[in-house]
Every structure is written in C-alpha cells, then in structure tokens.
Design a protein around this ligand. Structure first.
Ligand code: CA
Length: 307
C-alpha cells in the first residue's frame, strides 16, 4: 500500500517513514503543499496530511486533493480545537489524528480508512453463511465526513451484517439481534451510534468523531448525550462489553467475531480496559511512553530529594 506522507518536519517524517515502512507501507514523502499536490500523480492509496505546512495550509491541500481525487486523507494536526478538526472533515478528510498520537492508533486508523474506501467485498454468494463483516463500506458515515472516499459506485452493500459477541447487527434493515435471538429495540440515535462503531469493529472512535457523525455539529452539548446513549445501548444489548470504553479517547465495538459473553457478565457499567493498553506490544513505540517515563523519573527524583 502506498502512503503519501505530507510533513515538513524532517524528524517526524523520518520516524513515521521508518515505522510505517516496517509495517509494510510503501512511503512517498512531500515536504510542502505544492510537492504533495505534484505527488498525487503517484496515485497513493492514502494521504497522511500535516496541517501546518510552510507554503500552504493543509486544509487547502485537502480541498484541492478532493477536487481531483477520492484518495483517502487522514489529517494529522497539532490543533486540538474541535472546530479545526470538524472543518477538516467537512473539507473531505476521512479521519484525523491529533499530535501527539500513538503510532498503533495511527496504523489502525490507516487500515480502517483504507478498508472503508474499498468496494464492499461482502456480497455473499447464494447459500453462503453470512460473513462476519468488518465494517467495510461505511457509506453513511463517510459521506457525512465530506463524502471523500466512499466506495466507488458502492450500492453493493445489501445484507451487510456485523457480528460480534453473539450480537448480530444488520446495517441495512437496522435490526439488531441479541445472542439469545431476541430482537433489540433501539432508538434511531442508538442505532446510528452502534452502526457508526460497527463501521470498524475493534477500532477506537474518538468521542468528538462519534458526536459529529451521529449528532451533527452541536458538539459541546452532545458530550453527555453520547454517554447516555452508550449506557442505554449497553443495557439494551445486555452486554456491557460489546461497546468498550477506551479511557481518554472514546469507544469501540468489540472486534468482529468476538465470542458471545460468558454466563457471568461483568458488573454493568464496568469499564473495559483494552489488552493493548495494559501490555503495549514490544517494539511498537507508543507516543505516550516517553512522556510517562519522563514523569516517572521526575517523580522518583522528587521522592529521593525528600528522603
Ligand atoms: Ca508541520
């Protein structure tokens, strides 16, 4: 997969290229907006676009890319402001990630965005068992984000079903079946939220992203609404672990194909701590690691001074 990295900072670009290269990506790099637009001729599969560029604003680059191409764009921004991110999504970015970010999250987002941009591979042949969908397609949400990378022509999404933890989510008929076979009655927004998470089971969606996709732009007031909807979804689905909280980031649907819950469920409202948060994989640098190590060292030094 070819990745165009648009980044003016040589150190950041080198580090990114090294890690992404190890993950099998073919890297093309542009230092400026002008060069990035030139390099669109190389037909990258995805553009990783830094917003702060020396010659032009990344927003303008995104806008120009959208005029000529449906190539997925992930904006990389140090601007934590919500308005900037929403602006980027409306301009046609498919996703955004805020610096400093965790590289594992970036890689997961790259895969999720590319998967959604591909034509749906899940038109099952007659007689086939219903496949365990991985959220490919995702037209409804992608179009809300500017419609940039929707699947070409993509009407082949009939019968899309996501299955996880014994739960069956029929995205087209908007029906949800619990592990015990009962139909779960959800409100429109509850289903929209579940469907948004089901675009990419196992991938974390930021709170702001969910709010903007499900409730539109009234973001500040919707934060509490999101929590209320997550709680009622968990209660109605009868499985608190199907929608998982990732602390400080957002939520995700249990990975597709995850086994049904055991008879003894965790206490309702119990927060799920993902395994990768507990044990970062060796050799996978996490952006937070250096900070955490620094804080630990500082705290240790403080203790030593006191004693
Ligand atoms: Ca920059």
């Amino acid at each position: 997969m070819r990745l165009l990295i648009v980044e003016d900072d040589d150190r950041v670009a080198a580090a990114l290229s090294a890690v992404l290269g190890r993950h099998g990506f073919d890297i093309v790099r542009a230092r400026t907006a002008a060069r990035a637009l030139d390099l669109m001729h190389t037909r990258p599969d995805l553009v990783l676009l830094d917003l702060g560029l020396p010659d032009r604003d990344g927003f303008e680059v995104c806008n120009r890319i959208r005029k000529v191409s449906n190539t997925p764009v992930i904006m990389v921004t140090a601007r934590a402001e919500l308005s900037a991110r929403i602006h980027g999504l409306y301009l046609g970015a498919d996703d955004y990630i805020v610096k400093p970010y965790d590289l594992r999250e970036l890689i997961a987002r790259i895969h999720a965005v590319v998967r959604r941009s591909r034509p749906d591979p899940l038109a099952p042949a007659e007689g086939d068992p219903v496949p365990s969908a991985t959220g490919a397609g995702g037209k409804n949400a992608a179009s809300a984000a500017g419609g940039g990378a929707g699947p070409a022509g993509g009407t082949g999404a009939v019968g899309r079903v996501v299955e996880t933890r014994g739960l069956r989510i029929r995205l087209d008929s908007r029906e949800v079946t619990a592990p015990d076979g009962r139909t779960v009655a959800l409100t429109r927004k509850e289903f929209d939220l579940l469907a948004e998470l089901a675009r990419a089971p196992g991938v974390v969606f930021r709170r702001e992203q969910l709010i903007s996709e499900v409730w539109g732009s009234s973001v500040q007031s919707a934060s509490r609404t999101l929590e209320v909807h997550v709680a009622s979804l968990r209660a109605k689905l009868g499985d608190p672990c199907v929608v998982q909280t990732v602390r400080g980031v957002g939520y995700r649907l249990a990975a597709a194909g995850a086994p049904a819950p055991p008879a003894a469920l965790p206490a309702p409202g119990a927060e799920y701590v993902p395994p990768d948060a507990r044990h970062p994989r060796a050799g996978e640098p996490a952006a937070g690691d250096a900070v955490a190590r620094g804080e630990l060292a500082a705290a240790a030094a403080k203790r030593r001074r006191r004693t």
